[in-house]
Ligand binder design. Structure first.
Ligand code: FDM
Ligand code: MG
Length: 211
């Protein structure tokens, strides 16, 4: 592989239980099978010290104010920014479950100010594509039981869903919306088609940052 070609930065977003891990795993396997250099990461990255604190918050064993947990989620992304950049520049495509958009929508859904929430994520790498798996949270709740984590509650998921919709409209140049209730295989094939075109398109493009 030519070393001056960079990889693509691909993010999956959407409500809890919408199928992000299933689809991102399928995409990861597909690219791997095609011998494309690829890594799969997710936020929150619960493996770090900050991530452990986030994990305890989500599992309801640690209370933190809305502001503090928000900044920890952002810091958890900043912990990984250099390694993501190195991978991309070395030609590795990075598939990432959740990113700064989750960071903003969950916090705004809890009542924090949008601009305040976005500020700490400014300067992080901008994804080349965001795959937004959209589902009506009421339908989602009847399809599968929400678990016991802090945010897996219908009322909050409704707000989260609306805020994701807003992002999808505003950022339509690189967001792609999918109906999460399509079959796994149908979704996978739609996503793969976009990724096949995306990889050569971004290979010579400079990396951008969130503004
Ligand atoms: N979440 C995730 C946030 O509130 N802010 C963030 O910045 C990120 C990355 O954490 F409810 C929320 C979204 C979800 C919870 O995420 C755990 P996973 O994907 O279910 O592990
Ligand atoms: Mg979850």
């Amino acid at each position: 592989m030519e070393s001056n070609k960079r990889g693509a930065f691909i993010v999956f977003e959407g409500c809890d239980r919408v199928g992000k891990s299933t689809q991102s795993n399928k995409l990861f396997k597909l690219l791997k099978d095609k011998d494309v250099a690829v890594k799969h990461i997710n936020f929150p990255d619960r493996s770090t010290i900050i991530g452990d604190l986030i994990n305890r918050f989500l599992k309801n064993t640690q209370d933190l104010s809305n502001e503090v947990i928000h900044l920890l989620f952002s810091a958890n992304r900043w912990e990984r920014v250099n390694s993501i950049q190195e991978d991309l520049l070395a030609g590795t495509t990075v598939i990432c479950d959740r990113y700064a958009y989750s960071g903003v929508v969950y916090s705004v859904a809890k009542g924090l100010d949008m601009d305040w929430c976005w500020a700490p994520d400014r300067g992080l790498l901008k994804p080349d594509a965001v795959f937004y798996l959209k589902a009506n949270p009421d339908q989602l709740a009847s399809r599968c039981n929400f678990g016991t984590e802090r945010y897996e509650k219908l009322e909050l998921q409704r707000k989260v869903s609306e805020l994701f919709d807003d992002f999808n409209e505003r950022e339509s140049s690189y967001w792609h919306q999918f109906d999460a209730f399509e079959t796994e295989q149908e979704l996978h094939s739609q996503i793969s088609t976009i990724v096949e075109k995306l990889l050569p398109q971004v290979a010579d493009k400079p990396l951008e940052k969130l503004t």
